[in-house]
Design a protein around this ligand. Structure first.
Ligand code: ADP
Ligand code: MG
Length: 347
Protein backbone atom coordinates (compact mmCIF):
# COMPACT_ATOMS: atom_id res chain seq x y z
CA UNK A 1 0.00 0.00 0.00
CA UNK A 2 2.74 2.39 0.97
CA UNK A 3 4.75 1.41 -2.08
CA UNK A 4 1.72 1.88 -4.26
CA UNK A 5 1.13 5.40 -2.96
CA UNK A 6 4.78 6.29 -3.48
CA UNK A 7 4.68 5.12 -7.07
CA UNK A 8 1.50 7.07 -7.70
CA UNK A 9 3.07 10.27 -6.39
CA UNK A 10 6.23 9.74 -8.37
CA UNK A 11 4.17 9.23 -11.52
CA UNK A 12 2.30 12.49 -11.01
CA UNK A 13 5.54 14.35 -10.38
CA UNK A 14 7.06 12.97 -13.57
CA UNK A 15 4.10 13.61 -15.83
CA UNK A 16 3.36 17.18 -14.67
CA UNK A 17 6.79 18.38 -13.56
CA UNK A 18 5.86 21.72 -12.03
CA UNK A 19 7.84 24.67 -13.36
CA UNK A 20 9.33 26.58 -10.44
CA UNK A 21 8.15 30.15 -10.33
CA UNK A 22 10.79 32.83 -10.88
CA UNK A 23 12.02 34.39 -7.69
CA UNK A 24 14.36 37.19 -6.71
CA UNK A 25 17.46 35.48 -5.32
CA UNK A 26 19.99 37.65 -3.44
CA UNK A 27 23.76 37.03 -3.49
CA UNK A 28 25.96 39.05 -1.13
CA UNK A 29 29.48 40.18 -0.44
CA UNK A 30 31.21 42.70 1.77
CA UNK A 31 33.27 45.32 -0.06
CA UNK A 32 33.94 49.05 -0.31
CA UNK A 33 33.41 49.31 3.42
CA UNK A 34 29.86 48.01 3.25
CA UNK A 35 27.54 45.25 2.03
CA UNK A 36 26.68 44.60 -1.59
CA UNK A 37 23.81 42.54 -2.94
CA UNK A 38 23.16 41.32 -6.46
CA UNK A 39 19.59 40.05 -6.74
CA UNK A 40 18.77 38.00 -9.82
CA UNK A 41 15.31 36.94 -10.92
CA UNK A 42 15.47 33.29 -11.82
CA UNK A 43 13.71 29.94 -11.60
CA UNK A 44 17.07 28.20 -11.10
CA UNK A 45 19.38 29.81 -8.57
CA UNK A 46 22.26 27.40 -9.18
CA UNK A 47 22.31 28.38 -12.86
CA UNK A 48 22.86 32.05 -12.08
CA UNK A 49 25.14 31.82 -9.02
CA UNK A 50 28.33 32.09 -11.11
CA UNK A 51 27.10 35.22 -12.83
CA UNK A 52 26.01 36.79 -9.54
CA UNK A 53 29.45 36.27 -8.04
CA UNK A 54 31.14 37.51 -11.20
CA UNK A 55 29.16 40.72 -10.66
CA UNK A 56 30.10 40.93 -6.99
CA UNK A 57 33.74 40.27 -7.82
CA UNK A 58 33.63 43.35 -10.04
CA UNK A 59 32.97 45.48 -6.95
CA UNK A 60 36.07 44.06 -5.26
CA UNK A 61 38.05 44.97 -8.39
CA UNK A 62 36.74 48.55 -8.43
CA UNK A 63 37.48 48.77 -4.70
CA UNK A 64 41.08 47.75 -5.35
CA UNK A 65 41.36 50.62 -7.84
CA UNK A 66 39.53 53.37 -5.99
CA UNK A 67 39.52 52.59 -2.27
CA UNK A 68 40.36 55.51 -0.02
CA UNK A 69 41.09 53.17 2.91
CA UNK A 70 43.99 51.07 1.65
CA UNK A 71 47.55 52.04 0.77
CA UNK A 72 47.54 49.68 -2.20
CA UNK A 73 44.79 51.11 -4.43
CA UNK A 74 45.41 53.13 -7.58
CA UNK A 75 43.99 56.17 -5.82
CA UNK A 76 46.42 55.73 -2.92
CA UNK A 77 49.28 55.54 -5.45
CA UNK A 78 48.08 58.76 -7.06
CA UNK A 79 47.80 60.45 -3.67
CA UNK A 80 51.35 59.42 -2.74
CA UNK A 81 52.93 60.73 -5.94
CA UNK A 82 50.87 63.40 -7.70
CA UNK A 83 51.92 66.11 -5.25
CA UNK A 84 55.42 66.06 -6.70
CA UNK A 85 55.11 64.84 -10.30
CA UNK A 86 52.75 63.92 -13.15
CA UNK A 87 51.19 60.53 -12.49
CA UNK A 88 49.72 58.16 -15.06
CA UNK A 89 46.11 57.23 -14.29
CA UNK A 90 44.42 53.86 -14.91
CA UNK A 91 41.77 54.38 -17.61
CA UNK A 92 38.83 53.55 -15.33
CA UNK A 93 40.05 55.92 -12.65
CA UNK A 94 40.34 58.50 -15.45
CA UNK A 95 36.70 57.88 -16.41
CA UNK A 96 35.59 58.50 -12.84
CA UNK A 97 37.82 61.59 -12.53
CA UNK A 98 36.21 63.00 -15.68
CA UNK A 99 32.67 62.37 -14.39
CA UNK A 100 33.60 63.88 -11.01
CA UNK A 101 35.00 66.97 -12.75
CA UNK A 102 31.71 67.49 -14.64
CA UNK A 103 29.67 67.31 -11.44
CA UNK A 104 32.17 69.55 -9.62
CA UNK A 105 31.67 72.13 -12.36
CA UNK A 106 27.87 71.78 -12.39
CA UNK A 107 27.55 72.02 -8.59
CA UNK A 108 29.87 75.01 -8.29
CA UNK A 109 32.45 72.98 -6.36
CA UNK A 110 30.01 71.43 -3.83
CA UNK A 111 30.98 67.95 -5.01
CA UNK A 112 34.77 67.95 -5.09
CA UNK A 113 37.09 64.95 -4.76
CA UNK A 114 39.90 67.16 -3.37
CA UNK A 115 37.88 67.15 -0.13
CA UNK A 116 40.17 64.31 1.08
CA UNK A 117 42.36 66.28 3.54
CA UNK A 118 39.19 67.69 5.15
CA UNK A 119 37.55 64.26 5.42
CA UNK A 120 40.73 63.06 7.11
CA UNK A 121 40.94 66.11 9.40
CA UNK A 122 37.42 65.41 10.68
CA UNK A 123 38.40 61.78 11.30
CA UNK A 124 36.06 60.24 8.74
CA UNK A 125 38.98 58.57 6.93
CA UNK A 126 40.91 56.61 9.52
CA UNK A 127 41.75 58.14 12.88
CA UNK A 128 39.16 59.26 15.41
CA UNK A 129 36.15 61.40 14.54
CA UNK A 130 36.56 64.84 16.08
CA UNK A 131 35.79 68.53 15.63
CA UNK A 132 38.89 70.36 14.40
CA UNK A 133 39.65 74.00 15.22
CA UNK A 134 38.84 76.72 12.68
CA UNK A 135 42.61 77.24 12.41
CA UNK A 136 43.19 73.65 11.34
CA UNK A 137 40.32 73.89 8.88
CA UNK A 138 41.66 77.11 7.34
CA UNK A 139 45.12 75.60 6.95
CA UNK A 140 43.71 72.42 5.38
CA UNK A 141 41.56 74.41 2.93
CA UNK A 142 44.79 75.63 1.29
CA UNK A 143 45.14 72.14 -0.29
CA UNK A 144 41.48 71.82 -1.33
CA UNK A 145 39.59 72.99 -4.41
CA UNK A 146 39.04 72.12 -8.06
CA UNK A 147 41.99 74.34 -9.02
CA UNK A 148 44.33 72.09 -6.97
CA UNK A 149 44.06 69.23 -9.48
CA UNK A 150 45.44 69.35 -12.99
CA UNK A 151 43.95 66.38 -14.77
CA UNK A 152 44.69 65.86 -18.44
CA UNK A 153 41.96 63.49 -19.62
CA UNK A 154 43.51 62.95 -23.07
CA UNK A 155 46.91 61.97 -21.66
CA UNK A 156 45.35 60.36 -18.60
CA UNK A 157 47.74 62.14 -16.31
CA UNK A 158 47.24 63.94 -13.04
CA UNK A 159 49.26 66.41 -10.97
CA UNK A 160 48.38 68.21 -7.75
CA UNK A 161 49.09 71.90 -7.22
CA UNK A 162 50.15 71.51 -3.59
CA UNK A 163 51.92 68.69 -1.69
CA UNK A 164 48.97 68.44 0.71
CA UNK A 165 46.38 67.89 -2.01
CA UNK A 166 44.76 64.44 -2.18
CA UNK A 167 41.68 62.94 -3.82
CA UNK A 168 38.85 60.90 -2.29
CA UNK A 169 36.54 58.98 -4.63
CA UNK A 170 34.32 57.89 -1.70
CA UNK A 171 31.48 60.04 -3.01
CA UNK A 172 31.41 58.52 -6.51
CA UNK A 173 33.24 55.16 -6.71
CA UNK A 174 30.39 53.05 -5.37
CA UNK A 175 28.13 54.30 -8.13
CA UNK A 176 30.78 53.53 -10.73
CA UNK A 177 31.17 50.00 -9.33
CA UNK A 178 27.44 49.37 -9.50
CA UNK A 179 27.40 50.47 -13.16
CA UNK A 180 30.21 47.99 -13.88
CA UNK A 181 28.17 45.19 -12.33
CA UNK A 182 25.14 46.20 -14.41
CA UNK A 183 27.24 45.97 -17.61
CA UNK A 184 28.39 42.46 -16.72
CA UNK A 185 24.86 41.28 -16.00
CA UNK A 186 23.48 42.87 -19.19
CA UNK A 187 26.23 41.39 -21.34
CA UNK A 188 25.51 37.96 -19.87
CA UNK A 189 21.87 38.34 -20.87
CA UNK A 190 20.39 38.83 -17.40
CA UNK A 191 17.27 40.95 -17.88
CA UNK A 192 15.82 41.26 -14.40
CA UNK A 193 18.15 42.18 -11.56
CA UNK A 194 18.77 44.61 -8.75
CA UNK A 195 22.29 45.65 -7.75
CA UNK A 196 22.62 47.35 -4.38
CA UNK A 197 25.81 48.67 -2.80
CA UNK A 198 24.57 50.34 0.40
CA UNK A 199 21.87 52.29 -1.39
CA UNK A 200 23.73 52.83 -4.67
CA UNK A 201 21.53 50.80 -6.97
CA UNK A 202 20.81 49.84 -10.55
CA UNK A 203 17.42 48.24 -11.29
CA UNK A 204 17.35 46.13 -14.46
CA UNK A 205 14.02 44.99 -15.90
CA UNK A 206 11.39 43.82 -13.46
CA UNK A 207 10.99 42.22 -10.05
CA UNK A 208 9.00 38.94 -10.17
CA UNK A 209 5.40 39.62 -11.24
CA UNK A 210 5.90 43.39 -11.10
CA UNK A 211 6.57 46.25 -13.45
CA UNK A 212 10.03 47.50 -12.51
CA UNK A 213 11.49 47.42 -8.99
CA UNK A 214 10.15 49.25 -5.95
CA UNK A 215 13.02 50.84 -4.06
CA UNK A 216 12.55 52.32 -0.59
CA UNK A 217 13.60 55.81 0.50
CA UNK A 218 14.73 55.37 4.07
CA UNK A 219 12.74 56.79 6.98
CA UNK A 220 15.29 58.98 8.78
CA UNK A 221 13.48 58.62 12.10
CA UNK A 222 14.33 54.92 11.97
CA UNK A 223 10.80 54.00 13.09
CA UNK A 224 9.93 52.45 9.76
CA UNK A 225 12.22 51.01 7.13
CA UNK A 226 10.96 53.39 4.42
CA UNK A 227 9.14 56.68 4.19
CA UNK A 228 8.17 55.89 0.64
CA UNK A 229 9.06 53.90 -2.45
CA UNK A 230 10.07 54.79 -5.99
CA UNK A 231 9.42 52.44 -8.89
CA UNK A 232 12.44 52.03 -11.15
CA UNK A 233 12.92 50.35 -14.50
CA UNK A 234 16.35 50.15 -16.16
CA UNK A 235 17.76 53.06 -14.19
CA UNK A 236 19.82 53.95 -11.15
CA UNK A 237 19.23 55.51 -7.75
CA UNK A 238 21.31 56.49 -4.74
CA UNK A 239 20.96 58.40 -1.50
CA UNK A 240 23.29 60.58 0.55
CA UNK A 241 22.35 61.11 4.15
CA UNK A 242 23.87 62.11 7.45
CA UNK A 243 22.36 59.30 9.49
CA UNK A 244 25.13 56.74 9.12
CA UNK A 245 28.50 58.42 9.60
CA UNK A 246 28.67 61.43 11.88
CA UNK A 247 30.15 62.93 15.03
CA UNK A 248 27.82 64.46 17.64
CA UNK A 249 29.02 67.40 19.75
CA UNK A 250 27.33 70.22 21.66
CA UNK A 251 23.91 69.00 20.57
CA UNK A 252 24.90 69.21 16.91
CA UNK A 253 25.39 66.48 14.37
CA UNK A 254 28.34 66.72 11.99
CA UNK A 255 28.03 64.29 9.07
CA UNK A 256 30.67 62.83 6.76
CA UNK A 257 29.73 64.96 3.75
CA UNK A 258 31.85 68.09 3.93
CA UNK A 259 31.41 71.39 2.15
CA UNK A 260 34.81 71.70 0.43
CA UNK A 261 34.36 75.48 0.20
CA UNK A 262 34.09 76.04 3.96
CA UNK A 263 35.69 72.91 5.41
CA UNK A 264 32.62 72.28 7.59
CA UNK A 265 30.18 69.36 7.29
CA UNK A 266 27.15 70.14 5.14
CA UNK A 267 24.13 71.09 7.21
CA UNK A 268 20.44 71.42 6.69
CA UNK A 269 19.39 68.25 4.92
CA UNK A 270 18.56 64.79 6.13
CA UNK A 271 18.99 63.10 2.76
CA UNK A 272 19.04 63.54 -0.99
CA UNK A 273 17.98 60.70 -3.29
CA UNK A 274 18.90 60.91 -6.98
CA UNK A 275 17.39 58.93 -9.87
CA UNK A 276 19.35 58.91 -13.17
CA UNK A 277 20.36 56.62 -16.02
CA UNK A 278 23.66 55.64 -14.41
CA UNK A 279 24.66 54.96 -10.82
CA UNK A 280 27.87 56.97 -11.15
CA UNK A 281 25.78 60.09 -11.90
CA UNK A 282 23.49 59.37 -8.95
CA UNK A 283 26.41 58.91 -6.57
CA UNK A 284 28.29 62.05 -7.62
CA UNK A 285 25.15 64.19 -7.62
CA UNK A 286 23.74 62.99 -4.30
CA UNK A 287 26.90 64.15 -2.54
CA UNK A 288 26.99 67.54 -4.31
CA UNK A 289 23.29 68.24 -3.84
CA UNK A 290 23.51 67.32 -0.18
CA UNK A 291 26.15 70.04 0.23
CA UNK A 292 24.07 72.61 -1.68
CA UNK A 293 21.05 72.29 0.62
CA UNK A 294 17.33 72.05 -0.07
CA UNK A 295 16.58 75.14 -2.13
CA UNK A 296 19.61 75.07 -4.41
CA UNK A 297 19.42 71.29 -4.82
CA UNK A 298 15.79 71.51 -5.93
CA UNK A 299 16.40 74.38 -8.34
CA UNK A 300 19.41 72.65 -9.90
CA UNK A 301 17.71 69.25 -10.25
CA UNK A 302 14.63 70.87 -11.75
CA UNK A 303 16.77 72.64 -14.35
CA UNK A 304 18.35 69.35 -15.50
CA UNK A 305 16.84 66.56 -17.56
CA UNK A 306 19.38 63.95 -16.48
CA UNK A 307 18.56 63.73 -12.76
CA UNK A 308 15.38 63.60 -10.65
CA UNK A 309 15.51 63.93 -6.89
CA UNK A 310 13.78 63.49 -3.54
CA UNK A 311 14.97 65.77 -0.74
CA UNK A 312 14.25 65.15 2.94
CA UNK A 313 14.74 68.01 5.40
CA UNK A 314 13.74 68.57 9.02
CA UNK A 315 10.33 70.20 9.56
CA UNK A 316 10.16 72.96 12.13
CA UNK A 317 8.38 71.57 15.17
CA UNK A 318 9.45 68.00 14.40
CA UNK A 319 9.00 65.51 11.60
CA UNK A 320 10.21 65.98 8.03
CA UNK A 321 9.40 67.73 4.80
CA UNK A 322 9.76 65.41 1.82
CA UNK A 323 10.25 67.17 -1.53
CA UNK A 324 9.54 64.99 -4.56
CA UNK A 325 10.39 66.25 -8.05
CA UNK A 326 7.35 66.31 -10.38
CA UNK A 327 9.13 63.95 -12.78
CA UNK A 328 8.91 61.23 -10.06
CA UNK A 329 5.36 61.93 -8.92
CA UNK A 330 3.67 59.06 -10.75
CA UNK A 331 6.05 56.46 -9.36
CA UNK A 332 6.61 57.74 -5.84
CA UNK A 333 4.44 56.14 -3.18
CA UNK A 334 4.38 57.39 0.39
CA UNK A 335 4.34 54.77 3.17
CA UNK A 336 0.94 55.12 4.82
CA UNK A 337 2.27 54.59 8.36
CA UNK A 338 4.68 57.53 8.22
CA UNK A 339 2.28 60.04 6.66
CA UNK A 340 1.56 61.74 10.01
CA UNK A 341 5.25 62.51 10.65
CA UNK A 342 5.90 64.32 7.38
CA UNK A 343 4.78 66.95 4.94
CA UNK A 344 4.85 65.83 1.32
CA UNK A 345 5.55 68.46 -1.32
CA UNK A 346 6.06 68.23 -5.07
CA UNK A 347 8.23 70.67 -6.97
P1 ADP B 1 27.97 57.10 1.05
O1 ADP B 1 29.41 56.84 0.80
O2 ADP B 1 27.58 57.01 2.49
O3 ADP B 1 27.06 56.35 0.14
P2 ADP B 1 28.17 59.62 -0.38
O4 ADP B 1 27.99 59.09 -1.73
O5 ADP B 1 27.50 60.91 -0.11
O6 ADP B 1 27.68 58.63 0.75
O7 ADP B 1 29.72 59.79 -0.15
C1 ADP B 1 30.24 60.33 1.02
C2 ADP B 1 31.75 60.23 0.96
O8 ADP B 1 32.24 61.10 -0.06
C3 ADP B 1 32.44 60.66 2.22
O9 ADP B 1 32.60 59.59 3.11
C4 ADP B 1 33.77 61.20 1.70
O10 ADP B 1 34.66 60.11 1.48
C5 ADP B 1 33.38 61.79 0.36
N1 ADP B 1 32.98 63.21 0.44
C6 ADP B 1 32.61 63.94 1.52
N2 ADP B 1 32.27 65.19 1.16
C7 ADP B 1 32.43 65.27 -0.18
C8 ADP B 1 32.26 66.31 -1.15
N3 ADP B 1 31.80 67.50 -0.81
N4 ADP B 1 32.55 66.02 -2.44
C9 ADP B 1 33.00 64.79 -2.81
N5 ADP B 1 33.16 63.78 -1.95
C10 ADP B 1 32.89 64.00 -0.66
MG1 MG C 1 27.72 60.08 -3.47
Amino acid sequence: MILHLFLATAAVAASAAPIAPSRAIPFRTQTMGTWATVTLVTADSSAVADLAYRGLLELHRVDSLMSNWTQTSEVARINRNAGTRDVNVHFEVALVLAEAARVTRDTGGAMDITVEPLVRLWGFLGGKKRIPTQDEITRTLASVGPDKVRFDAARRSIRFATPGTKIDLGGIAKGYGVDCVASILREAGAKDALIDLSGNMVALGNAPDKGGWSVGVRDPSGQHPYLGTIRLHDEAISTSGNYEQFVDADGKRYGHIIDPRTGWPAEGLVSVTVVAAHAVQCDAWDTGLFVLGSEKARALAKSREDISIVVVEPRSGGGYVVWVEESLRSRFKIESEVVSTLTLRYF
